[in-house]
Ligand binder design. Structure first.
Ligand code: CBH
Ligand code: ZN
Length: 396
């Protein structure tokens, strides 16, 4: 390995900025299919994945997380997805690692390999079968020399523990984030207890990510912090929220919002929301601060700008972005020049421009999760008649 400082050392010394949402950003750019959300783009369109890594690096990300989300073989074969036969978990993971390494070397970034929840677990498969899915991915990460591992997007602490246990066998440092909010996991385990169990399973960095906006996830992180303190566990904290506002979300977060996933745009955070998020996270003692779905490079840039003093540097992407709109002083129109101040942007309440839209939606709350028959996964594609039946179920 190179002379780069490792993730734990960096966290001991200061703040580490994560990256943003790959599947969401690449779906909008036309390289990922919403639904399966699998990362075959690393093989099919490597230039798109490379470019997104580069933009996050330029925005200030200290970590290039290889684009391996949902790349377990069972997920690549789920419900008619072709990605498993054509590309395989090993093929996608190694291509993704190569891209992350390539861009990380253009700066001083670390490379992480990630594993996430599996269809096998949702279908009730036991520990051995689920861990076998993780192992195929982890073997590839070890072979491709990633700097550390991330276990993310688990909504059941039991599966998370299985993931951490398997990840720790590699000897690499492991960070873990569940996609839960202040209400805890989907089997009813509290957020504080989930944090304790992640740390006890061997994770050196623990927290929550995805599913909720920064405010809600920082409320959840408060519970993480208190849980860890009560149990005397001295591990680092990590948070990577959505860049969507979700004050109306129920327990499963934005998945339950009727706008998920194709009409979430009115909820997008501004860069100034990201400044406030970064400050609050830092002040809470969280040292791994990044983003998940909806987070674009300019959101990460705002995090890096807010924490510039703590980090002793500004990101390269700052060169074209004067903090707090200073560049507006060069605008031709005087009323736009008048907006060149921190106070203006910090206190603005942006309008949505959607006259007949409400601020809140009513969440779908089917109340089903692992253990329910309806959550079983399979290889065959979904039939139209099954969709019709589900649409009736929803109304019931
Ligand atoms: O793509 C990424 O940035 C990953 N590191 C995290 C993705 S979070 C999950 C989104 C998919 C949700 C679904 O299954 O519908
Ligand atoms: Zn996400």
């Amino acid at each position: 390995m190179s002379g780069k400082k490792g993730i734990l050392e960096r966290l001991d010394e200061g703040v580490v900025i994560g990256d943003g949402g790959f599947v969401f950003a690449l779906e909008k750019r036309g390289y990922v299919k919403a639904g399966p959300w699998t990362p075959e783009a690393s093989v099919e369109n490597p230039e798109a994945v490379r470019q997104l890594h580069r933009e996050f690096l330029r925005a200030g990300s200290d970590v290039m997380q290889a684009f391996t989300f949902y790349a377990s073989d069972d997920k690549l074969a789920n419900r008619g997805n072709y990605a498993s036969e054509k590309l395989t978990c090993a093929g996608i993971n190694s291509a993704s690692c190569a891209l992350a390494h390539e861009v990380a070397a253009e700066g001083d970034a670390l490379v992480a390999g990630g594993i996430s929840q599996t269809p096998s677990y949702l279908s009730g498969a036991g520990k051995e079968a689920v861990q076998a899915q993780f192992k195929t991915q982890l073997d590839e990460f070890v072979k491709n020399k990633v700097d550390f591992l991330v276990c993310e997007y688990f909504e059941h602490i039991e599966e998370m523990e299985w993931a951490i246990e398997e990840a720790c066998k590699t000897g690499l440092p492991v960070g873990s984030t569940m996609c839960i909010g202040p209400e805890g996991d989907l089997h009813g385990v509290s957020t504080g207890d989930c944090a304790v169990r992640m740390a006890n399973a061997g994770s050196k960095i623990v927290g929550v990510h995805c599913h909720f906006d920064p405010m809600t996830l920082l409320d959840a992180m408060q519970l993480v912090k208190e849980g860890l303190a009560k149990a005397n566990l001295n591990v680092h904290m990590m948070v990577q929220p959505l860049a969507y506002l979700t004050p109306d979300a129920s327990k499963q977060g934005f998945i339950d919002l009727p706008e998920f996933p194709f009409s979430l745009e009115p909820r997008i955070l501004t860069r100034w929301d990201c400044h406030a998020y970064a400050r609050r996270a830092y002040d809470m003692g969280i040292r791994y601060i990044g983003g998940c779905c909806g987070f674009e490079p300019y959101h990460i840039r705002a995090v890096a700008e807010e924490l510039a003093e703590e980090r002793g540097k500004l990101p390269e992407g700052h060169n074209k972005h004067d903090m707090w709109g200073d560049g507006l002083k060069m605008h031709t129109k005087p009323w736009v020049r008048a907006r060149a101040s921190r106070e203006y942007w910090e206190t603005l309440k942006p309008a949505s421009g959607r006259p007949y839209c409400s601020a809140y939606s009513k969440s779908d709350a089917w109340g089903v999760t692992q253990g329910d028959e309806i959550l079983h996964q399979r290889k065959e594609a979904t039939e139209d008649s099954e969709i019709a039946a589900l649409q009736k179920f929803e109304k019931a």
